[in-house]
Write a protein that binds this ligand. Structure first.
Ligand code: VG1
Ligand code: CO
Length: 543
């Protein structure tokens, strides 16, 4: 066993985006690429001498090789202990929990989340802090800065660790502890939700479908839903994680989870359906015959969380990302608690959760979670829904209709224009940005623009400022559209257009979503001209 210092050179473009560094798998596998980024991460956090870290990934292609390299580098850099999920697999929320449970100094999660996996697809690495949450911007910027000057990395030459063998192994002086990826997480879920009550629900014939999309949540969902809660065998489909996700695109939305959608909209549909993404932090929930927008799901969960044992004491506050609809704000107002608005990305919720200002957070992109970990958590959301359904004994559609009758409805949709030439996408953003100050007062599509800005966020806990987080055009009466560029893609640029319109009711609560949003969609095209500038006939994905 030899401790080596390998000379290297900076590699351009190692800048973490919304959620870690994501690149084509072949890029990650190229010479020194992974090593440079890992050493830069270690350097940026003040080294790993004597520290303990959690390590795991969503099982995609290159997951196991990357994990072996990271262990050798951690040992060479003096780490005391690495806690690794069996098979080098951990869902993102389970990794977050293990960091907190073991009081580790941080963790490395190998995932490109909802991006497809495989040799010709995407790979990613994310660093999480001691609180279990994604590294804040100051840390990701320090990592990026380090990648631009790195000249060497350290690694130990040794044989592979046996990732299948539960228990302790050694690399030099460093302990490698291989743990069951599911059991601690399942225990945490049992502490939050009324498992006997949910078990009774299933025993009474409640039927569910969970599509794990050949990604990491399969083993978690099978153990929790089928083994511990008694859902029928076969409730979980696509439950075996595969290196290429079986060719599926593990993004739980109506477009990519169309198998689940077809079943839930068909004759003899189950009572409840759900899907999750590559690394298990996102969820889509579907009722029999009814799709729920993630923003509505967040609002219903916030309004009913007190029905689950872990949240009986009530919520301290809620938070949503800026593009997420204001539906949860109305619930917060009714509960008399604060609602915070943050930039896109879970890292912005960490300080609010740590400071005890919020209990539940969510994003329009199918991410919901709470203060039980510091990541969004797909299965957690599914279990909270099940707990609520077991308590209320009403179909999902009734719960949703009741919610709209009480709070009004925030019609909501996101239109994605994917893989655009970068300069084209930036030109669209740039043109709208320069017009922002002139827009207030303008009448368009029968609406009047009340305000227009480039969203900036000042963190109420540490005072850090994050600028340029999305262009907002706000109309009188609560309608709006938002434009931002995706920070998770690996090909060209993706423009996300977020559309929202509020109807107080009691009339007009059951209009088709795109129809209800027509004036806002037209106003967005008139002002931002995405179709005109890109020549696209329409969005690639509509959620
Ligand atoms: C997207 C979503 C964002 C989410 C992020 C990471 O980012 O919009 O809400 O936090 O993915 O989720 P972007 O920059 O592409 O819009 V995950 O499940 O990929 O870790
Ligand atoms: Co994810």
């Amino acid at each position: 066993m030899q401790n080596l210092t390998i000379s290297t050179q900076p590699i351009a473009g190692q800048k973490p985006g919304t959620s870690g560094l994501r690149k084509k798998t072949s890029v990650f596998m190229s010479r020194h690429y992974l090593e440079n980024f890992i050493q830069s991460t270690f350097d940026a956090i003040g080294g790993v001498q004597g520290k303990s870290l959690v390590l795991g990934g969503d099982g995609r292609y290159f997951n196991d090789r990357a994990a072996q390299v990271i262990l050798r580098m951690a040992a060479a850099n003096g780490a005391a202990r690495m806690i690794v999920g069996q098979g080098a697999v951990l869902s993102t929320p389970a990794a977050s929990h293990l960091i907190r449970l073991n009081r580790a100094d941080g963790g490395l999660i190998l995932s490109a989340s909802h991006n497809p996996g495989g040799r010709d697809a995407d790979f990613g690495v994310k660093y999480n802090m001691a609180n279990g949450g994604p590294a804040p911007e100051a840390v990701t910027e320090a990592i990026f800065a380090r990648t631009q000057v790195i000249d060497s990395y350290r690694v130990i030459e040794t044989v592979d660790v046996d990732f299948m063998k539960i228990g302790a192994q050694q690399i030099g002086k460093m302990e490698v502890l291989v743990v069951d990826p599911v059991s601690d997480y399942a225990r945490l879920m049992e502490s939050l939700f009324d498992f006997p009550k949910i078990r009774a629900l299933f025993a009474n014939g409640f039927r569910m479908r969970f599509d794990a999309m050949c990604a990491v949540t399969g083993p978690y969902a099978t153990e929790i839903l089928e083994n511990r809660l008694g859902a029928a065998k076969g409730t979980v489909t696509h439950g075996t994680p595969l290196p290429d996700f079986g060719g599926m695109h593990p993004d739980p939305n109506p477009t990519w989870a169309h198998e689940l959608m077809d079943e839930m909209m068909g004759a003899d549909a189950p009572d409840f359906g759900a899907a999750s993404d590559g690394d298990g932090d996102r969820n889509m929930v579907v009722g029999r015959g009814i799709y729920l927008s993630p923003s509505d799901s967040l609002a219903v969960l916030a309004g009913n969380a007190h029905l689950a044992p872990g949240y009986r004491a009530g919520l301290k506050g809620v938070a949503r990302s800026m593009p997420t609809s204001a539906a949860v704000d109305r619930v917060a107002a009714a509960l008399g608690i604060a609602s915070h608005e943050t930039p896109t990305g879970w890292k912005f919720f960490g300080n609010l959760l740590d400071a005890g200002k919020v209990t539940i957070c969510g994003e329009e992109s199918f991410g919901t979670g709470s203060d039980h970990v510091r990541e969004k958590d797909g299965l957690w959301a599914v279990l909270l829904w099940l707990n609520i359904l077991a308590e209320r004994n009403e179909p999902v559609v009734e719960i949703l209709n009741g919610h709209w009758r009480r709070f009004g409805r925030n019609y909501y949709s996101r239109h994605d224009y994917e893989a655009l030439p970068i300069d084209q996408a930036e030109a669209v953003m740039g043109a709208l940005r320069t017009r922002l100050t002139m827009l207030p007062g303008t009448r368009i599509e029968g609406m009047i623009i009340a305000a227009a800005d480039d969203f900036a966020y000042s963190d109420p806990v540490d005072g850090s400022l994050s600028k340029s987080q999305g262009l907002r055009i706000l109309f009188e009466g609560g309608s709006r559209f938002v434009l931002r560029l995706s920070g998770t893609g690996t090909e060209g640029a993706t423009i996300r257009l977020y559309l929202e319109s509020y109807v107080a009711g009691p009339e007009g609560l059951d209009v088709e979503v795109q129809e209800a949003l027509t004036p806002v969609i037209r106003a967005a095209e008139a002002l931002a001209g995405i179709r005109a500038a890109t020549g696209r006939a329409g969005p690639d994905v509509v959620t």
